[in-house]
Design a protein around this ligand. Structure first.
Ligand code: ZN
Length: 275
């Protein structure tokens, strides 16, 4: 999560997912640690978004996967305003610290990490939607095709990009049980979420309220408590945010079911029941 997208000088970007080339701390494969399919796979643009937006859901479904997209480390290291605000000397130090924070947070929630090596937009060289969609599809299949939980993709260019790539996956695989979550903090910007729902409805995507059984699992105090502790593991990011929006991180999480466009049907009228 970042409040402002900075674009740095050109940097290397991973345009394809190549696990064999990745050091272990960037990419952890699931096959050796996960004999059973994960209940959910939450796609997270940055290291913190899944927990900020879906921490209670993750706490209620232990063993779920959090797949974070922008975990790549630029070479040579870069110094950006955001990393400095978070207390890091350069991008290498920032990535090390942020991955350690993420490990701590996911351990609290009983979730397992998959980290893709794409570069955060603050380091430049943003990947294409197709490259992200291919990497996400491969990750999802290798994880046993668990139920997906994907960002609506609000405001920040990295979030919009990941949202678009996830919807490409939903469309190509014709998935009908995917959950879409409203990106924490950015969802508080007036009109942003509604505009996104309306644009996607024009493309033929259909949204419906979360099923009762899933909704009921979101509210137990134990899940809320675990989320709150996990959120505070991201110390450097909270420092950079200067605790500007902590109230949103304690607000109810918001989800909808998303259905891909159906062939031969016209765009659907946007009518949304919030949950
Ligand atoms: Zn983010």
């Amino acid at each position: 999560m970042r409040r402002c997208p900075w674009v740095a000088e050109a940097a290397m970007v991973a345009h394809a997912w190549a696990p064999s080339l990745l050091p272990p701390r960037v990419m952890r494969t699931l096959s050796s640690t996960s004999p059973r399919p994960a209940p959910l796979c939450v796609v997270s643009p940055h290291l913190d978004d899944a927990v900020f937006s879906c921490g209670m859901l993750l706490a209620s479904r232990p063993g779920s996967i959090v797949c974070t997209v922008f975990c790549g480390e630029p070479h040579p290291p870069q110094c950006t305003p955001w990393d400095r605000c978070a207390g890091h000397a350069d991008s290498s130090e920032a990535l090390r610290a942020r991955i350690a924070e993420d490990e701590q947070a996911l351990a609290i929630l009983g979730a397992q990490a998959v980290r893709l090596p794409f570069l955060d937009s603050q380091y430049g060289a943003t990947p294409t939607i197709d490259a992200l969609a291919r990497a996400l599809t491969r990750m999802w299949r290798e994880a046993g095709s668990p139920r997906l939980v994907v960002p609506l993709g609000l405001y920040h260019s990295d979030h919009v990009l990941v949202g678009d790539a996830c919807r490409s996956l939903v469309r190509e695989e014709r998935l009908s049980d995917t959950l879409v979550y409203e990106d924490a903090l950015y969802r508080t910007i007036r009109g942003v979420a509604r505009a996104r729902y309306e644009a996607l409805a024009q493309e033929g995507f259909r949204f419906s309220p979360l099923e009762d059984s899933m909704a009921a699992s979101l509210s137990p105090p134990r899940s809320a408590n675990a989320k709150w502790r996990a959120v505070h593991a991201y110390r450097s990011q909270l420092r950079a945010l200067r605790d500007a929006h902590p109230y949103d991180l304690a607000e109810p999480e918001r989800y909808h079911l998303i259905d891909p466009p159906r062939q031969g049907t016209s765009p659907v009228r946007y009518e949304l029941t919030a949950r």
